[in-house]
Design a protein around this ligand. Structure first.
Ligand SMILES: Cc1ncc(COP(=O)(O)O)c(C=O)c1O
Length: 443
């Protein structure tokens, strides 16, 4: 592979304020990706890197998919932009219809935004509008969970259970309460769903008993808590949340931004765990990461309630983005869904999961590894704390990169999620780099 080093000087890096990045540290030793294809990327020095986290859990079909690029090009050349308020274009309707072929019934309505964070804000507002339309505007409390990540807009930060993501920001939504997280020391090396921990869902019941079920609007959970290091729901946990929500008129929202589109071997986590929420947020692999896009799948009941609550010919929901259902994003989404279907990638993920998890769990013997969890093609691996939380994680992340592997870390947890097109030999290569790099860590 002939990689041309980019023409940059150290001070030319100053103008870009990088997101969720230690800017000063990065700019002193930049790690630039200049090309990507399949499960690989190449850095600016010409090194080949396995993309062990599908970018940021986006690139399920692998990098450099020409079908998607061609579809985006064609969309832009045909109809580059249509105002989405009060006008439509065919691709948005086609993509919504395509997505509902794989969402569980009755989640048959799709609202588009541009990211996971916007999907979360949209879902919060749908919950508020729904209860108000039903005459239950007193439902103002939202339930989330410790260690939750729901993006970075004020709505998502309000629901956040990760201290660093919220302690700086004072203007968040009031009336959010967090259930306990489902991490348990006993389950440190449990593969799949832990057998113990379903009783943690009773936290929601306690909120019902403390605040009154009729004051709670919605309960938001990531079915598998992803960014915090892959916490797989205990057996029976999601089912119990569903029961409590049903008994109390609470909307159950699954944030499927990471889990969606085959990551767990099914279209969505809802199908993997056999629990259907009322709303589902999605983004990332919706377009294989090729265009920014997020969406909310909405149940018939919520959608129809909002439609029927408004006078004829009136706007039913005062919400939307300039780029909701952008033609380029819709084209990318349609081409992506076609690839998933043609290559049977969700089933491929299910079939490959056993091998993937076996290989990751083989790292259990390394002294620095303090926990491994996983489901489908998603695994979390904890490394022992050194000096301060996150310090070792970020050092290992950098070493891995120069050793040829990109892995997303949150603090001291690695989140491993290769593209679903990965081959077994590439999983072996990935785990060899992990083993070699982690073996160098002194305790
Ligand atoms: C579960 C979950 N929700 C929401 C988001 C936010 O998505 P975005 O970064 O596209 O705004 C993420 C991002 O990682 C996520 O993992």
């Amino acid at each position: 592979m002939n990689i041309q080093p980019p023409n940059f000087q150290a001070n030319s890096l100053e103008n870009y304020w990088m997101p969720f990045t230690a800017n000063r540290d990065f700019k002193s030793d930049p790690r630039l990706v200049v090309k990507s294809e399949g499960v690989y990327c190449w850095d600016h020095k010409g090194g080949q890197i396995i993309d062990g986290s599908s970018g940021l859990f986006c690139v399920a079909a692998g990098h450099g998919r020409r079908e998607i690029a061609d579809a985006v090009h064609a969309a832009l050349m045909t109809n580059d932009y249509t105002a989405p308020f009060g006008l439509g274009h065919p691709l948005a309707f086609s993509l919504a219809q395509k997505i509902t072929e794989i969402t569980p019934d009755p989640l048959n309505h799709i609202f588009f935004g541009n990211s996971g964070s916007e999907a979360i804000d949209t879902a919060l507002k749908i919950c508020m509008a729904y209860h108000r339309a039903k005459g239950e505007g007193q439902r103002t409390r939202f339930v989330s969970r410790e260690r939750a990540y729901h993006g970075v807009n004020i709505g998502g930060v309000s629901l956040s259970g990760m201290v660093k993501n919220r302690e700086t920001f004072s203007g968040v939504m009031p009336n959010v309460v967090c259930m306990r997280h489902t991490w348990d020391a006993e389950n440190r090396f449990v593969r799949g769903q832990p057998e113990n921990g379903a009783e943690l869902a009773e936290d929601l019941q306690r909120f019902v008993e403390t605040y009154g079920g009729s004051t709670i609007a919605a309960c938001f959970v990531e079915p598998v808590a992803g960014s915090t290091g892959v916490l797989v729901p205990p057996i029976g946990y999601l089912e119990r949340l569903r029961e409590i929500c049903d008994a109390n008129g609470i909307v159950l929202v699954f944030d499927e931004v990471i889990c969606g589109f085959g990551r767990l071997g099914t279209p969505f986590a809802a199908q993997a765990f056999g629990v259907t929420p009322d709303l589902m947020t999605m983004a990332k692999a919706l377009t294989n990461g090729c265009q920014p896009m997020g969406a909310v799948a909405v149940s018939d009941e919520i959608h129809d309630t909002l439609m029927n609550a408004s006078p004829d010919a009136a706007i039913e929901f005062f919400h939307g983005y300039t780029y909701s259902g952008h033609p380029a994003a819709c084209a990318a989404g349609l081409a992506t869904q076609q690839i998933y279907q043609d290559e049977n990638l969700f089933q491929r993920a299910a079939d490959l999961s056993g091998y993937f998890l076996d290989t990751i769990f083989d790292l259990e013997d390394l002294p620095v590894v303090t926990g491994i969890r996983g489901y489908g093609m998603l695994a979390g691996l904890d490394v022992a704390l050194k000096d301060a939380p996150g310090k070792r994680g970020s050092q290992i992340q950098k070493k891995l990169f120069w050793n040829g592997l990109h892995i997303k870390f949150t603090g001291d947890a690695a989140i491993i999620a290769p593209p679903l097109v990965v081959e077994k030999a590439q999983i072996d290569d990935m785990c060899k780099i992990l083993r070699d790099t982690l073996s160098e860590e002194a305790l």
